[in-house]
Design a protein around this ligand. Sequence first.
Ligand code: MGD
Ligand code: MGD
Ligand code: SF4
Ligand code: MO
Length: 678
Amino acid sequence: MKRTLTVCPYCGTGCSFYLVSDGGRLVGVEPSTTHPVSRGGLCVKGWNAFAFVHHSDRLTTPLIRRNGTLTPASWDEAIGLVVDRLRSIQQRHGYDSVMFSSSAKATNEENYLLMKLARAVFATNNIDHCARLCHSSTVFGLAETFGSGAMTNSISCFDQTDLILVIGSNTTEQHPLIGTRILNAAQRGAKLIVADNRRIRLARHADLHLRHKNGSDVALINGMMHVIITEGLMDRLFIEQRTENYAALAANVADWTPERAAALTGLEADEIVAAARMFAAAGRAMIVYSMGITQHSHGVDNVRCCAALSLLTGNLGRPGTGVNPLRGQNNVQGGCDMGALPDVYSGYQKVADPLQRQKFARAWGVSTLPERAGLPLTHAMDAAASGLLRGMFIMGENPLLSDPDQAHARHALENLELLVVQDIFLSETAAMADVVLPAACYAEKEGTFTNTERRIQRVRKALDPPGEALADWEIICALAERAGYGGMRYSGPSQVMDEIASLTPIYGGIAYDRLDRHGLQWPCPGKSHSGTPILHMESFTRGLGRFSPASYRPPAEAVDDEYPFVLTTGRTYFHWHTGTMTRRTHLLDREERTAFVEIHPDDAGRLDVRDRDELLVASRRGEIRVAARLTAMVVPGVVFIPFHFAEGAANALTNNVLDPESAIPEFKVCAVRIRRVV
Ligand SMILES: Nc1nc2c(c(=O)[nH]1)N[C@H]1C(S)=C(S)[C@@H](COP(=O)(O)OP(=O)(O)OC[C@H]3O[C@@H](n4cnc5c(=O)[nH]c(N)nc54)[C@H](O)[C@@H]3O)O[C@H]1N2
Ligand SMILES: Nc1nc2c(c(=O)[nH]1)N[C@H]1C(S)=C(S)[C@@H](COP(=O)(O)OP(=O)(O)OC[C@H]3O[C@@H](n4cnc5c(=O)[nH]c(N)nc54)[C@H](O)[C@@H]3O)O[C@H]1N2
Ligand code: SF4
Ligand SMILES: [Mo]
């Protein structure tokens, strides 16, 4: 038996375990008992993270569509075809007619290389990844207020805090090992406020559960800040010494009385007052948020409000405090850090800055780099639908199921002249592709992932990939070579990290031999720097913390007589996104077999619906059939559907309206009607 220490490929918590293998086959996992995050624990997905690796559906050879059918091909032919056709599209339609979609499931090194390929070899800034659908509003909002768009504190801070406000995060299901920390904190006496209208598990342990309307968080937090200011509960010294623009914030919330906030949120004024007082009274308070905050057409405003509440009460730069967006995918933090974004290189260094362009051009050995910011993923789908974008290279994403408004996404992908998908399975998107490239999975390659608390950790190879599959980084380097670019010859991922470190100040001190224990948290600017568990201790990354006032805007689509229910979408404990891995894991799949809709028993009664009845759920964009799940988890008038299931795809219904600043879609609110299928 061989034991290989690695990092969980599912969520951004970044738990660590040993892959146990026997004669080239994985037989199980064994948690790392010394790991600072997982401390010997794992959730059910982590325990089963070896199971999909040997599934017979793994892609083992490149595929090229011939006469309408995907047929096996050699690497040489597939790589040649991809490069020739991307080049040909660019010759006819310009450099920006192709788009690269990177992957938060892939390593830092792979994300860095794909962005280098897009920029240095294909001369376009059209590169983005699923962070667009996830925390793009965080990256924008926290960069504006603090200067850095990442979780400010560390997971260990939950052990030191006096109060946790969990707003729009189903932590025990979606970041289970962080959820456990929160439950432990509550048990030892820390106060817990949950602001989420679903009765999530944390809500049962909360001192206060606020079941406000979906999309009303700006009203809620503005109301809380109004109470804090009028009652004089703010941290005056902190505001004076560490912040700017306080007067504008105070003016903005002056008329946000609890009564006004109550009217818009559907809460009692007393609940808002109680939440405000409790939050302000805590010596150390943490805000934890996730998709309930970010995935709105006003996602950035939600983030501004969270940041302002923490600034107002002086809850930044100390242990047990902070604004803590929980990053979703195992390496979505890293995907952003590596510059798989349309406007920045690695380390958030701006493409618009001529000095940065010069620095990267020199290091990469090219004369110029494209200047104009690229397309965000969500705009790229619109551009594909309208014919402006002609070619798309997708590494490790499944937009046919994960993008909003499936009919729109399908049309966009069909409209492309060239679709290339590099995946470990033939996902729904890969099945539409012209070329499919088989990738090695996390267990079959070396690299690093960066977790939600900015911890860069090593992923290690436990076995060889199946068939002819290659690691993503090897495929990217082969594409670069074929395109005639000589600047991507590496002995391995460790050498790629050395290049990243040399160009990226926040990763400046990162090298594989320094990550052996349990990684390092960025910023880590030098080889003798021991990493940064807490950001903004002495000053903010941007100097002073900036209050950014936000005014309330309702969700884009309101309920009416025709579409009387609010649909909110999200996840379950057992499944991962589009299900490519978890639906191929027996122990997970048997727990949650197919699509369902959570509906309140009162609503069900009115519609004459019983548990497990088949329902037709329709929005202005599409309809699906799913099983009814009667539960008081949801409030009357709101239904919840997870987006894991192709046969009842939540995204057939969702609204492709975007936040104007971050281009994140409004996955969390749209209007639907429901009837029983007879
Ligand atoms: N098991 C599992 N774990 C996962 C994932 C998975 O697919 N499966 N995905 C990972 C990824 S990429 C991500 S981004 C995270 C997401 O993690 P979460 O954000 O925790 O998960 P969601 O289910 O999308 O939504 C969380 C909560 O937001 C609430 N909500 C909806 N609308 C609103 C609103 O307007 N205001 C407020 N305050 N709350 C609202 C919902 O009721 C829901 O309970 O999970 C990660 N972890
Ligand atoms: N309705 C609704 N839609 C949503 C959301 C929501 O809350 N509601 N949430 C959004 C959010 S937050 C996110 S993050 C997105 C996620 O959207 P996606 O990223 O599109 O979803 P995944 O299923 O995680 O897709 C990852 C793909 O990578 C493949 N893969 C795994 N490992 C590797 C590897 O090592 N290499 C390669 N090349 N491929 C690999 C998997 O097989 C899979 O096909 O969904 C978004 N969509
Ligand atoms: S909490 Fe997240 S990282 Fe930890 S085992 Fe579960 S899925 Fe993996
Ligand atoms: Mo996400």
